[in-house]
Design a protein around this ligand. Structure first.
Ligand code: NI
Length: 257
């Protein structure tokens, strides 16, 4: 069995065929799905989806792209929603210095705010890091993210950075890019991260793995990510699947088997 530990089923791109997408995921051996919020509305939707489907869990938070929209009221609503047993983590939060859709000072402020919230409610954190490796590590340290741990999703940093994240108790999650031809860095990470600290994800509808690259991504495609990583590590998909499934349930401790 596989778990898609990070996708956005709450994205409008899944509005018309969500049911078929879930059926295909099941057919591909994907038993559980973690649906991640990217703003307040999509976070509430993720929690509602998780209540309707026993195999879906929710992560709630505001993406760094929308950090400029985060207000005190946002944290109050997130905090209340985090009481739901279907919510397994806070995120996705972090820094995106590639697209800079929100000013950096507001991204930093929102990232700190989300880590504080996670520590307050005792849930792990799901972190987005794009071209902001050193700053992400600095904020994680300053805000004591190690206290709750969590996941660096779609990890794009170096092995050195991965080691620092592992030392802080974080898990490393890999997505479609590990299947791309010139993806030297994620492929190096895929082979070096200890098997008990690795997660698999799609980040659907984005980042479709080979051989689906260029099309809308969906949770069932986590199988292609698993096949590539199993091949790189020289283990079977079954071995990788059972290890990463156990890892997801350990880091997202509210998930049930
Ligand atoms: Ni995402």
């Amino acid at each position: 069995m596989l778990i898609d530990s990070h996708c956005h089923l709450n994205d409008p791109q899944f509005e018309i065929d969500q049911k078929e997408v879930l059926e295909r995921a099941k057919a591909m051996g994907v038993g559980q799905i973690v649906c991640v919020g990217y703003d307040l509305a999509s976070s509430l939707e993720a929690e509602a989806l998780a209540r309707q489907h026993p195999n879906i869990y929710a992560v709630i938070g505001v993406h760094p792209h929308d950090a400029r929209l985060v207000k005190e009221q946002t944290y109050r609503i997130l905090k209340r929603t985090a009481q739901s047993p279907r919510v397994v983590a806070i995120g996705e939060t972090g820094l995106d210095y590639f697209r800079n859709l929100s000013p950096r000072d507001l991204q930093l402020q929102a990232f700190r705010g989300h880590i504080r919230l996670a520590r307050e409610v005792g849930l792990p954190i799901v972190i987005h890091d794009r071209d902001a490796h050193a700053e992400v590590l600095r904020i994680m340290r300053e805000e004591k993210a190690a206290e709750v741990g969590g996941v660096i999703h779609c990890f794009s940093g170096s092995w050195e950075m991965a080691q620092e994240c592992l030392a802080m108790g974080f898990y490393i999650s890999l997505a479609g890019p590990v299947t791309y031809h010139n993806a030297r860095r994620p492929q190096e990470i895929a082979t070096r991260v200890p098997l008990d600290r690795l997660l698999l994800e799609t980040d659907a509808p984005y980042l479709s793995p080979e051989p689906r690259r260029g099309r809308r991504n969906e949770p069932g495609n986590v199988r292609y990510v698993a096949e590539k990583i199993a091949d790189l590590r020289g283990i079977t998909v079954e071995e990788l699947g059972s290890a990463t499934t156990a890892n997801a349930r350990r880091v997202f401790s509210r998930m049930q088997s």
